[in-house]
Design a protein around this ligand. Structure first.
Ligand code: NCD
Length: 367
């Protein structure tokens, strides 16, 4: 439970080894999840969605974590992740606080992240965090493991205050990957779900943490193929390509959306993550190249059952005309709301009340 390594040594471990320390006491890396976990999260998200439809179900759900306090510690820009975690916490009855601006917290007085997290743990039972530093969530997890404070789960197990990453630097966004597979499984349900499908990932794959985390989940599905469409400078990272090779997930690269669209069962668009550019001017954004822009012609070329996803926010990489088309294949707005249900499932599992949600949703009065 307590990580006995010095922080530097813990951070130096490969993520696949850090995962062994995390178990299911936090969410930091997409590599943490096995297929059975993913299926279970999807089931719990569906149960939450169903319960929330009726006053009785919603009242049951909002009684589950009334005694818990969450901190949403988001010191990098966020709309969806911040709001959907807040909404999910409210649905489960969690009390909540937020820290969003480091300039008005003690971090501006030079407090270390370790000391800040140690302080937060004195007041809250959960930290959801987004941070520009790739190692921030791992640092928080290490700190929580060594703090005295423990929370007692139903059944009596005592665990450190759980840490959930809502986006770490340019490397991982594990809860986004969970909501993305939930959206893919729902959208592709008529054709057997994600198994056996081809996913086309488009845009800034080098710095896009969402596509990286999603790729890390793909070995859990049978016979999935990945196709990457990115400008040379934004190629999918070598670490992800090596991981897929080692796990036997076939991947290829194409020069344009056109070159991959007809074979794709899902298209996952991303924006250029230009906030990471040195000397970037405020309000000025790099434009997507035409060959990586999704237009109405691409919608025409998509398979009839295919799904179009985007983690959002988007800029010019999707023609705004696509927003207004009445077409089930355009999934990105549904994807946002799916994120809220998935985050209910994530929090319910961390506090071990997910079984209660499933039972209530399947009870005759539940739904
Ligand atoms: C993503 C992120 O923050 O990485 N947004 C999100 O959480 N939905 C994608 C992005 O910012 O491009």
């Amino acid at each position: 439970m307590r990580i006995d390594l010095p922080l530097e040594d813990f951070l130096a471990l490969p993520d696949t080894e850090k995962v062994a320390y995390i178990g299911d006491r936090g969410i930091l890396y997409a590599q943490q999840f096995r297929r059975a976990d993913l299926d279970r999260y999807n089931e719990v998200a569906d149960a939450a969605r169903k319960l929330a439809r009726r006053p009785q179900g919603s009242a049951f759900m909002s009684g589950l974590l009334k005694h818990r306090m969450a901190l949403n510690f988001f010191v990098q820009p966020s709309s969806r992740t911040f709001m959907s975690f807040n909404a999910a916490e409210a649905l489960l009855g969690l009390n909540r606080m937020s820290v969003r601006d480091p300039a008005i917290s003690s971090m501006s007085k030079g407090e270390t992240l370790v000391d800040s997290v140690r302080t937060f743990i004195s007041y809250v039972d959960l930290i959801v965090m987004r941070h520009a530093d790739d190692d921030a969530a791992a640092t928080a997890f290490w700190t929580a493991s060594r703090a005295h404070r423990r929370i007692t789960l139903p059944g009596g197990e005592k665990v450190p205050v759980p840490i959930v990453s809502g986006g770490s630097g340019t490397t991982q966004h594990p809860t986004q990957a969970l909501l993305d597979v939930y959206t893919l499984e729902r959208s592709l349900r008529p054709v057997g779900g994600i198994d056996g499908k081809t996913l086309l990932l488009v845009g800034d794959l080098a710095r896009g943490r969402t596509t990286r985390s999603l790729a890390f989940l793909m070995p859990e599905y049978r016979d999935v193929k990945l196709v990457f469409a990115a400008p040379e400078k934004f190629r999918m990272g070598q670490d992800v390509r090596d991981f897929l090779d080692a796990r036997g997930v076939p991947w290829s690269e194409v020069e344009s959306l056109d070159a991959g669209i007809e074979r794709a069962d899902a298209i996952y668009m991303t924006r250029i993550q230009d906030e990471h550019d040195a000397g970037k001017q405020k309000g000025v954004h790099e434009k997507a190249e035409d060959r990586f822009r999704f237009t109405l012609d691409h919608l025409d070329a998509m398979k009839p059952h295919a799904a179009l996803l985007h983690p959002l926010p988007k800029r010019d990489e999707i023609d705004p005309a696509v927003d207004d088309v009445e077409d089930r294949r355009v999934a990105y707005w549904r994807q946002e709301r799916n994120g809220m249900w998935m985050r209910v499932a994530i929090l319910a599992h961390l506090f071990r009340v997910d079984g209660l949600l499933l039972d209530a949703a399947s009870a005759p009065v539940g739904g």
